[in-house]
Design a protein around this ligand. Sequence first.
Ligand code: ADQ
Length: 465
Amino acid sequence: MSRLVIVSNRVGPLKDTGRAGGLAVALVDALTKSGGIWFGWSGEVSEEGTFGAFKTQKTKSVELVQMDMTQADYDDFYGGYANRTLWPVLHYRLDLAVFDRRFEQGYRYVNERFSTRLGPLLKPDDVIWVHDYHFLTFASHMRAMEVNNPIAFFLHIPFPAPEVLAALPNAESIVRSMLAYDLIGFQTERDASNFRRFVEEELGGTDLGDGRLSVAGGEVIAKAYSIGIDAENFAKFTSTLDARRNIDRLEKLMGGRQQIIGVDRIDYTKGLPERFRSFERLLEDYPENRGRVSLMQVAPPSRADLDAYIDIRRELDEMTGHVNGRFADLDWTPIRFLTKSFTRRALSGIYRASKVGLVTPLRDGMNLVAKEYIAAQRPEDPGVLVLSRFAGAAEAMKEAIIVNPHSPEEVAAGLQRAITMPLDERRDCWKIMFDRMCKEDAVAWSRAIMDDVVKCRSGNTVRPH
Ligand code: ADQ
C-alpha cells in the first residue's frame, strides 16, 4: 500500500482534542491506515520562515511536518492572495477582492517553497493529496522538480462560474497550473462543471465525459466528490456528558419555547446579517412567534485581523441590540449571540436542543454544520433544517427546507414552515438525510478520491505540460 502525503495550510491535530473538525478526523483516519506525512504551515511567523527547521510530531504511522513562514510570506500569501483575493473571488464576492500583483507573486513563491521543502521527504510510490485554495499552483512546482507521484487536489470552497473567475488577473495561468494535478476534486457538480467550462472556454480543452478533460496534450480528472462527516459518530456525541449538560441547560432555559440555532465562523460568506434580518422578519410577519421562538447564533471570530471581518462583527452586535431592543420581554430574549467556541461534543448537544437548524450562507463550498445538525437530532423527534440554496450541501440535502438567503421573506416563511412542520414529515425528511449521510461519510469521500487518483495514474492518463 502506498504512503499518503497530505499537504494543507494548517495541519492536524493528530489526536481528537474535542475541537478537531470532522475533516481533520477523516484525514487522520486515512493517514493512519496507509501511514504517511501531513505537511503544512506551523501557524507561526519567524525570520527564517520556510528556510527554518521543520517542526515535527510523530505517532506510530503518521508524521506531522510543519514549517514557519516569514512575515512577508504571511502578508502576501496568507493574508493577501489566499484570503483577500482568492477567498472573495471564489465565493463570488468580486466587490471585496483585492488585486495586488505582490500578493500573487508571494502566493506562487510560498507554493514553490512548500514544494521545494516537501520534495526530499517523498518516496517514489507516495500518493500526494493537496488541500484547498492556498495551494492551487503547488503541483506545478512539484512537476517542475520532476516529481512524478500521483497528486490529487481537493477544493473545499466553491469554484465560480468562468464569467466571475475571468475577473481574477492571470486566472488562465492559475488554472493552467492546476492542470499539473492528476485529479481535481470539487464539492459539487456545479463547481466541477464551472471548472471544466473554464478549461474548455478559456484554455481550449475538451470535455471527454466522466469528469475527464483533455487539455494541452494531457488529461486530468475534474469531478465532484462532496465531503461528508462521520455522521454515526457525531450522533453518538449527543449522549456524552458534555452534550447532555448542554441539552439540560438549554431545555431548562427555554421552558417549552423553541430555539433556532446557527453555528458559523464569523465570515461574510456565511450570510449572518441577512440571517438576523430574516429572523426579525419572522417576528414581524408571524407575530405568534414573539415570546416563543428565539435564535441562538454561535459564531467564533476568524481571521479577525481583516477589515471585512471586523465590520461584520460590529454589524452583528448592532443588529442583536436592535432586534432585542425591539422585541425582548421580561422573560424572553429574541437573539442570543455567542462568540465562543465549543467542543464538538458540547456542540452536538446544542444542535439537539434546537428545533430548527438555520444554515444560510450566501455561498459555501459544502457547509458541514448542516450535516452536523442533522446527525445530532433525536430520531423519534427530529428538528428541521432550513438551508441556503447557495450552500454546496443543498445539492444532496433536498429534503431540507431550501431558501434564498437574500430574501428575508423567503427565509422567514421557511422558518415558519419548519417551526410548524408535523412530526411525521419531520421524521421522514430527517431519516432520508441521515441515512444518506451515513453512507456518504468522510471516509467514503477520502477513499473515492484516493481510488480515483491511483486508478487514473495506473491507467493511460497522461499529464499535460
Ligand atoms: P468552513 O468555512 O469553516 O469550512 P463549515 O463547513 O461550516 O465551514 O465547517 C465549520 C466547522 O467548524 C464545523 O465542523 C463546525 O462544527 C465548526 N464550528 C463552527 N463554529 C463553531 C463553534 N463555535 N465551536 C465549535 N466548532 C465550531 C470550509 C468551507 C466549507 C466546507 C468545509 C469542509 O468553507 O464550505 O464545508 O471547509 O470542506
